[in-house]
Design a protein. Sequence first.
Length: 264
Amino acid sequence: MTEHTNRQFSADLEAVRSQFLEMGGVVETMIQDAVEALQTGDLNLVEQVREHERIVNQHEVEIDERIGLLIARHQPTAVDLRTLLSVSKMLTDMERCGDEAEKIAKVARRLHEANSLYEPVVELRHMARDVTLMIRDMLDSFARHDPVAAARVVRNDKEVNKEWKAALRHMVTYMIEDPRSISKSIELVFIARALERIGDHAKNMAERVIYMVRGDDVRHTGLKYTERAARGELEDSDSSPLGASANAEEATGHAQPEAESKGN
């Protein structure tokens, strides 16, 4: 009976993982289609993005329900519990990536309907390519249980942030030079911001992959700590953000209370 239950749990857990990967593939397609619609004015792509957004929402609800039932029925521990908790958190980020893609598609529609042809902005094309790769690489790291690959996604978010700032400067300059472009440029700023947020969500999910595999919560700890955790190089005192804070105190010359107690 126990063996049967374990087999059923493993199959159900794999179904959760597979459906999340499927959801991620839909979101990746949404981002690509939204940017393509922006560049070409193809309104059929806009409708595809809107349809896919409904599919993503359905995945979110179904996976969330599956996770709740698995935890209630089997009370998993260790890596299995971390996997379910991680996917539960990642669902929100993935769904929001879909929301941002839909925003881009809606802006593409407005620009097209206003006969405001899209003029290529290098930073936006690069951003779209980079955040799509971040989503793809995050999904790959999740599928392969590869925390080092997930850490690279976290690092790549810094490059996307630089591209967002460069795109913003570019478009502000464009508006100053030609006030007639203000309305269109503001729309492009919204798109750049949406892409930057997709990068943030991809980073959040990559951090969850590291937690899922290593058991280390790397949120708000900095890139170096994240990469060390991904490689499994953390010492006992570094195994949590609290440990990282203690190390920072040592580096600044502040003695830890424990050390003072031992010295008395």
